[in-house]
Unconditional design. Structure first.
Length: 260
Protein backbone atom coordinates (compact mmCIF):
# COMPACT_ATOMS: atom_id res chain seq x y z
CA UNK A 1 0.00 0.00 0.00
CA UNK A 2 1.43 3.36 -1.06
CA UNK A 3 2.19 5.89 1.67
CA UNK A 4 0.08 9.04 1.58
CA UNK A 5 1.90 12.33 1.11
CA UNK A 6 1.83 15.02 3.80
CA UNK A 7 -0.41 17.19 1.62
CA UNK A 8 -2.85 14.31 1.07
CA UNK A 9 -2.93 13.55 4.80
CA UNK A 10 -3.72 17.17 5.65
CA UNK A 11 -6.56 17.18 3.11
CA UNK A 12 -7.90 13.93 4.55
CA UNK A 13 -7.63 15.48 8.03
CA UNK A 14 -10.03 18.21 6.91
CA UNK A 15 -12.37 15.68 5.27
CA UNK A 16 -12.40 13.56 8.45
CA UNK A 17 -13.49 16.49 10.61
CA UNK A 18 -16.17 17.51 8.12
CA UNK A 19 -17.59 13.97 8.21
CA UNK A 20 -17.57 14.01 12.02
CA UNK A 21 -19.96 16.99 12.05
CA UNK A 22 -22.75 15.09 10.30
CA UNK A 23 -23.70 17.97 8.01
CA UNK A 24 -26.57 17.15 5.67
CA UNK A 25 -26.96 17.34 1.92
CA UNK A 26 -28.33 20.72 0.90
CA UNK A 27 -26.87 22.58 3.90
CA UNK A 28 -25.70 26.17 3.59
CA UNK A 29 -22.25 26.64 5.09
CA UNK A 30 -19.67 29.40 5.64
CA UNK A 31 -15.94 28.57 5.68
CA UNK A 32 -14.12 31.21 7.75
CA UNK A 33 -10.60 32.02 6.57
CA UNK A 34 -10.75 29.60 3.66
CA UNK A 35 -7.08 29.97 2.66
CA UNK A 36 -6.41 27.74 -0.35
CA UNK A 37 -9.98 26.41 -0.15
CA UNK A 38 -9.23 22.83 0.92
CA UNK A 39 -11.77 22.77 3.79
CA UNK A 40 -14.44 24.38 1.60
CA UNK A 41 -13.80 21.67 -1.00
CA UNK A 42 -14.43 18.95 1.60
CA UNK A 43 -17.59 20.71 2.80
CA UNK A 44 -18.86 21.10 -0.78
CA UNK A 45 -18.42 17.39 -1.42
CA UNK A 46 -20.63 16.68 1.61
CA UNK A 47 -23.44 19.20 1.02
CA UNK A 48 -23.70 18.50 -2.71
CA UNK A 49 -25.05 20.62 -5.54
CA UNK A 50 -28.26 21.44 -3.70
CA UNK A 51 -26.24 23.04 -0.92
CA UNK A 52 -24.18 26.21 -0.74
CA UNK A 53 -20.67 26.93 0.51
CA UNK A 54 -19.48 30.50 1.06
CA UNK A 55 -15.68 30.65 1.40
CA UNK A 56 -14.41 33.90 2.94
CA UNK A 57 -10.85 35.17 3.26
CA UNK A 58 -9.30 38.61 3.70
CA UNK A 59 -6.35 37.77 1.42
CA UNK A 60 -6.72 38.53 -2.29
CA UNK A 61 -4.10 35.87 -3.06
CA UNK A 62 -6.00 33.20 -1.13
CA UNK A 63 -9.25 34.17 -2.85
CA UNK A 64 -7.59 33.66 -6.24
CA UNK A 65 -6.11 30.30 -5.20
CA UNK A 66 -9.44 29.09 -3.81
CA UNK A 67 -11.29 30.12 -6.97
CA UNK A 68 -8.79 28.17 -9.08
CA UNK A 69 -9.30 25.08 -6.92
CA UNK A 70 -13.10 25.21 -7.14
CA UNK A 71 -12.99 25.72 -10.89
CA UNK A 72 -10.63 22.76 -11.26
CA UNK A 73 -12.85 20.55 -9.07
CA UNK A 74 -16.02 21.78 -10.87
CA UNK A 75 -17.52 23.13 -7.67
CA UNK A 76 -17.88 26.78 -8.69
CA UNK A 77 -21.66 26.48 -9.24
CA UNK A 78 -22.34 26.16 -5.51
CA UNK A 79 -19.15 27.47 -3.87
CA UNK A 80 -18.90 31.25 -3.67
CA UNK A 81 -15.62 32.91 -2.71
CA UNK A 82 -15.74 36.32 -1.03
CA UNK A 83 -12.89 38.65 -0.04
CA UNK A 84 -13.93 40.14 3.28
CA UNK A 85 -12.98 40.88 6.88
CA UNK A 86 -14.72 38.27 9.04
CA UNK A 87 -15.55 40.84 11.69
CA UNK A 88 -18.11 42.19 9.22
CA UNK A 89 -19.30 39.29 7.06
CA UNK A 90 -21.21 40.50 3.95
CA UNK A 91 -24.01 37.93 4.31
CA UNK A 92 -27.63 38.49 5.36
CA UNK A 93 -28.73 37.59 8.88
CA UNK A 94 -30.31 34.19 9.65
CA UNK A 95 -29.09 32.72 6.37
CA UNK A 96 -26.74 29.78 6.98
CA UNK A 97 -26.89 26.44 8.78
CA UNK A 98 -23.30 26.34 10.02
CA UNK A 99 -20.02 28.22 10.16
CA UNK A 100 -16.81 26.19 9.81
CA UNK A 101 -13.25 27.07 10.79
CA UNK A 102 -10.04 25.05 10.36
CA UNK A 103 -6.95 26.45 12.10
CA UNK A 104 -8.39 29.95 11.70
CA UNK A 105 -8.97 31.11 15.28
CA UNK A 106 -5.21 31.09 15.97
CA UNK A 107 -4.78 33.80 13.30
CA UNK A 108 -7.00 36.22 15.26
CA UNK A 109 -4.43 38.10 17.28
CA UNK A 110 -6.56 39.98 19.85
CA UNK A 111 -9.51 38.82 22.02
CA UNK A 112 -11.71 41.77 20.98
CA UNK A 113 -11.45 40.70 17.34
CA UNK A 114 -12.35 37.13 18.31
CA UNK A 115 -15.52 38.46 19.97
CA UNK A 116 -16.45 40.42 16.83
CA UNK A 117 -15.84 37.43 14.55
CA UNK A 118 -17.97 35.11 16.70
CA UNK A 119 -20.72 37.73 17.11
CA UNK A 120 -21.05 38.21 13.37
CA UNK A 121 -20.92 34.46 12.79
CA UNK A 122 -23.86 34.17 15.18
CA UNK A 123 -25.76 36.88 13.27
CA UNK A 124 -25.72 34.99 9.97
CA UNK A 125 -26.79 31.65 11.50
CA UNK A 126 -30.30 30.31 11.42
CA UNK A 127 -31.99 29.09 14.61
CA UNK A 128 -30.04 26.12 16.03
CA UNK A 129 -27.19 26.91 13.66
CA UNK A 130 -23.71 25.70 14.59
CA UNK A 131 -20.17 27.00 14.72
CA UNK A 132 -17.79 24.11 14.08
CA UNK A 133 -14.09 24.65 14.57
CA UNK A 134 -10.84 22.74 14.48
CA UNK A 135 -7.78 24.49 15.86
CA UNK A 136 -4.43 23.82 17.45
CA UNK A 137 -4.36 22.72 21.07
CA UNK A 138 -2.52 25.64 22.69
CA UNK A 139 -0.25 23.51 24.88
CA UNK A 140 1.13 20.02 24.51
CA UNK A 141 3.02 17.61 26.74
CA UNK A 142 4.73 16.22 23.66
CA UNK A 143 8.19 17.57 22.87
CA UNK A 144 7.60 16.67 19.21
CA UNK A 145 4.39 18.73 19.05
CA UNK A 146 5.93 21.67 20.91
CA UNK A 147 8.55 21.92 18.17
CA UNK A 148 5.66 22.72 15.82
CA UNK A 149 4.84 25.76 17.97
CA UNK A 150 8.52 26.67 18.25
CA UNK A 151 8.50 26.89 14.47
CA UNK A 152 5.75 29.54 14.65
CA UNK A 153 7.70 31.53 17.27
CA UNK A 154 10.77 31.72 15.00
CA UNK A 155 8.68 32.56 11.94
CA UNK A 156 6.97 35.43 13.76
CA UNK A 157 10.38 37.00 14.51
CA UNK A 158 11.36 36.70 10.86
CA UNK A 159 8.14 38.29 9.60
CA UNK A 160 8.49 41.19 12.04
CA UNK A 161 12.06 41.76 10.84
CA UNK A 162 11.16 41.82 7.15
CA UNK A 163 8.24 44.18 7.77
CA UNK A 164 5.36 41.75 7.44
CA UNK A 165 3.09 40.27 10.08
CA UNK A 166 2.31 36.74 11.14
CA UNK A 167 -0.57 36.92 13.61
CA UNK A 168 -0.81 33.77 15.70
CA UNK A 169 -2.51 33.71 19.08
CA UNK A 170 -3.30 30.27 20.45
CA UNK A 171 -6.56 30.67 22.36
CA UNK A 172 -7.43 27.88 24.76
CA UNK A 173 -10.58 25.84 24.35
CA UNK A 174 -11.79 27.31 27.64
CA UNK A 175 -11.42 30.89 26.32
CA UNK A 176 -13.32 30.19 23.09
CA UNK A 177 -16.00 28.20 24.93
CA UNK A 178 -16.58 31.07 27.35
CA UNK A 179 -17.02 33.59 24.52
CA UNK A 180 -19.50 31.34 22.71
CA UNK A 181 -21.53 30.59 25.84
CA UNK A 182 -21.87 34.33 26.42
CA UNK A 183 -23.41 34.57 22.94
CA UNK A 184 -25.97 31.83 23.67
CA UNK A 185 -24.22 28.72 22.33
CA UNK A 186 -24.00 25.30 23.94
CA UNK A 187 -20.44 24.14 23.37
CA UNK A 188 -18.88 20.68 23.21
CA UNK A 189 -15.10 20.27 22.91
CA UNK A 190 -12.89 17.25 22.49
CA UNK A 191 -9.17 16.81 21.89
CA UNK A 192 -8.27 14.52 18.99
CA UNK A 193 -4.76 13.25 18.32
CA UNK A 194 -3.38 13.30 14.79
CA UNK A 195 -0.80 10.91 13.40
CA UNK A 196 0.61 13.39 10.88
CA UNK A 197 4.19 14.59 10.50
CA UNK A 198 5.30 17.59 8.48
CA UNK A 199 8.21 16.12 6.47
CA UNK A 200 11.64 17.73 6.53
CA UNK A 201 11.35 18.58 2.81
CA UNK A 202 8.40 20.91 3.58
CA UNK A 203 10.20 22.51 6.52
CA UNK A 204 13.38 22.86 4.46
CA UNK A 205 11.52 24.75 1.73
CA UNK A 206 9.85 27.06 4.27
CA UNK A 207 13.19 27.83 5.92
CA UNK A 208 15.01 28.32 2.62
CA UNK A 209 12.36 30.83 1.48
CA UNK A 210 12.55 32.72 4.80
CA UNK A 211 16.37 32.85 4.78
CA UNK A 212 16.21 34.34 1.29
CA UNK A 213 13.75 37.00 2.47
CA UNK A 214 15.95 37.83 5.47
CA UNK A 215 19.02 38.26 3.29
CA UNK A 216 17.13 40.44 0.82
CA UNK A 217 16.05 42.72 3.67
CA UNK A 218 19.44 42.69 5.45
CA UNK A 219 18.73 45.79 7.57
CA UNK A 220 21.00 44.71 10.39
CA UNK A 221 23.79 42.17 9.88
CA UNK A 222 23.63 40.91 13.47
CA UNK A 223 19.87 40.38 13.38
CA UNK A 224 20.09 38.77 9.94
CA UNK A 225 22.74 36.37 11.25
CA UNK A 226 20.82 35.58 14.46
CA UNK A 227 17.53 34.83 12.69
CA UNK A 228 19.28 32.72 10.08
CA UNK A 229 20.94 30.72 12.86
CA UNK A 230 17.60 30.23 14.65
CA UNK A 231 16.02 28.85 11.48
CA UNK A 232 18.93 26.48 10.93
CA UNK A 233 18.81 25.35 14.56
CA UNK A 234 15.09 24.63 14.19
CA UNK A 235 15.86 22.40 11.23
CA UNK A 236 18.62 20.57 13.14
CA UNK A 237 16.23 19.75 15.99
CA UNK A 238 13.74 18.18 13.64
CA UNK A 239 13.34 14.41 13.72
CA UNK A 240 14.06 12.31 10.63
CA UNK A 241 10.35 12.01 9.93
CA UNK A 242 9.84 15.77 10.37
CA UNK A 243 7.73 17.73 12.87
CA UNK A 244 4.68 16.23 14.57
CA UNK A 245 1.42 18.05 13.80
CA UNK A 246 -0.24 18.87 17.17
CA UNK A 247 -3.46 17.35 18.42
CA UNK A 248 -6.65 19.07 17.34
CA UNK A 249 -9.14 20.98 19.45
CA UNK A 250 -12.48 19.96 17.89
CA UNK A 251 -15.44 22.12 18.89
CA UNK A 252 -19.14 22.13 18.00
CA UNK A 253 -21.22 25.04 19.29
CA UNK A 254 -25.00 25.07 18.76
CA UNK A 255 -26.97 28.30 19.00
CA UNK A 256 -29.81 27.67 21.44
CA UNK A 257 -30.40 31.04 23.13
CA UNK A 258 -30.74 34.30 21.23
CA UNK A 259 -28.62 36.44 23.57
CA UNK A 260 -28.07 40.04 22.44
Amino acid sequence: MARLSYETKMLEDRARFVRMTGIKKGSRILDMGTGHGFLAKCIAQEVGKNGLVVAVDVSSNHVKQANRLFKKERLSDFVNVIKADLRWIPISSNTLDAVFSYNFFCSINVPSDMSKVLSDAKRILRKNGRIIAVDYVSKSKSEHENLYFRRFDVYKKVYMYIGNSLHLTFFTGKEIKSLLETLGFVVKIKIIKRDIWMPKRVLKKEIRDLVQKIRQKAIDKKVTSRLTDELRELYKKTEKQGIKVPAALFMIAELVNDVD
